[in-house]
Write a protein that binds this ligand. Structure first.
Ligand SMILES: Cc1cc2nc3c(=O)[nH]c(=O)nc-3n(C[C@H](O)[C@H](O)[C@H](O)COP(=O)(O)OP(=O)(O)OC[C@H]3O[C@@H](n4cnc5c(N)ncnc54)[C@H](O)[C@@H]3O)c2cc1C
Length: 239
C-alpha cells in the first residue's frame, strides 16, 4: 500500500518505514486493548527513548491514514513491543479490535524524540488520559525515584482499572472524570498544581489537543514556567 501525499512528505523528512506483525492481543478493559507485535527491525535501527511513538498506517475508505501510537515495553533484543489502544470509534481502534496474529501493519518513524529533563525535577507533574497512558508509564519508568503527581482524565468507569504504573510511595494519582470537553481537568489542575509546584517543577501534558493547548498556555504564561520545563503535546482531537 502506498501512503499517499502524507507518506511522500514523511519520506522527504527522512521518515523510515517498517512493518509490524501482530503476535497476540489482550483486552485490558472493555475500552482498552493491548496488541503485541514484532518490530520489523525498528528497534535495532532506531534505538529506544522514553515516550517513543510511531506513525502507523491504517486503511480506511480505500486510503491509508496515519495515526500516532506509543511503544509499550520495547525489547530491542527480542525485536518486540506492544501497542495499547484507548478504544473509541475510529480506524485505529477498529484495527486494534479486529487484528489477528500474523496480520501486518505499516509504520513510519518520524518526529518522535524526548529527553528526560536535566536537572531532574524535585517533582514531576503529569496530566494525561487513556490515550497517553503508554507514554505516561514510559515517562514514570524513565524517572524512577522522582516523586510525581498525576492528573488522569477518565472517560469510562473501567478506566479505574487501567494499568497506571504507580509507585505508591512516590506517585500521587488524581483521577478526573472527563467533563465539559476537558474543562473539568483544566480546573482541577489550575486549582491544585500551583500549591504543589515547588521551586523547579517539570510538567508533562498530553490530553486532547484543545485541553493540552489551554494547559500549556496556562503553565507557560500564567505560571511563567520556562519552556524547557513544560512538555505539552496534544494526543487526539475531540469532535
Ligand atoms: C505522539 C502520540 C502518541 C499517541 N499514542 C497513543 C497510544 O499509545 N494509544 C492511544 O490509544 N492513542 C495514542 N495517541 C492518540 C491517537 O493517535 C488518536 O487518538 C487517534 O486519533 C486515534 O485514531 P482513530 O483512527 O482510532 O480515531 P480517529 O479517526 O482519529 O477519530 C475518530 C473519532 O474518535 C475520536 N477520538 C480519537 N481519539 C480519541 C480518544 N483518544 N479518546 C476519545 N475519542 C477519540 C475523534 O474525535 C473522532 O470523533 C497518540 C497520539 C500522539 C500524538
Amino acid at each position: 500500500m502506498g501512503h499517499g501525499w502524507e507518506g511522500v512528505v514523511l519520506k522527504l523528512m527522512r521518515g523510515k518505514d517498517f512493518t509490524f506483525t501482530v503476535t497476540g492481543a489482550e483486552q485490558v478493559t472493555e475500552h482498552y486493548r493491548r496488541v503485541h507485535v514484532t518490530d520489523g527491525g525498528l528497534l535495532a535501527a532506531a534505538g529506544v527513548h522514553p515516550t517513543m511513538w510511531v506513525r502507523i498506517w491504517f486503511e480506511g475508505g480505500g486510503k491509508p491514514h496515519q495515526r500516532a501510537y506509543t511503544l509499550v515495553d520495547p525489547d530491542p533484543e527480542a525485536g518486540t513491543f506492544s501497542l495499547e489502544f484507548a478504544l473509541h470509534d475510529g480506524l485505529a481502534s477498529h484495527w486494534a479490535r479486529t487484528c489477528k496474529p500474523g496480520d501486518t501493519v505499516a509504520a513510519t518513524l518520524q518526529g518522535t524524540g524526548f529527553t528526560v529533563p536535566e536537572p531532574r525535577p524535585e517533582r514531576l507533574f503529569v496530566i494525561g488520559d487513556a490515550a497517553s497512558l503508554p507514554a505516561v508509564n514510559s515517562l514514570l519508568d524513565a524517572m524512577p525515584g522522582v516523586p510525581a503527581t498525576l492528573w488522569f482524565e477518565t472517560a469510562h468507569d473501567s478506566d479505574e482499572r487501567l494499568p497506571v504504573r504507580l509507585d505508591p510511595d512516590r506517585h500521587d494519582l488524581r483521577r478526573v472524570p472527563r467533563a465539559d470537553g476537558g474543562a473539568a481537568l483544566v480546573e482541577r489542575v489550575k486549582a491544585e498544581l500551583p500549591d504543589l509546584a515547588g521551586e523547579d517543577p517539570y510538567v508533562w501534558v498530553a490530553c486532547d489537543t484543545a485541553t493540552t493547548r489551554t494547559l500549556g498556555s496556562y503553565l507557560r504564561k500564567d505560571l511563567s514556567l520556562p519552556k524547557e520545563r513544560v512538555h505539552a503535546l496534544g494526543y487526539w482531537r475531540a469532535s
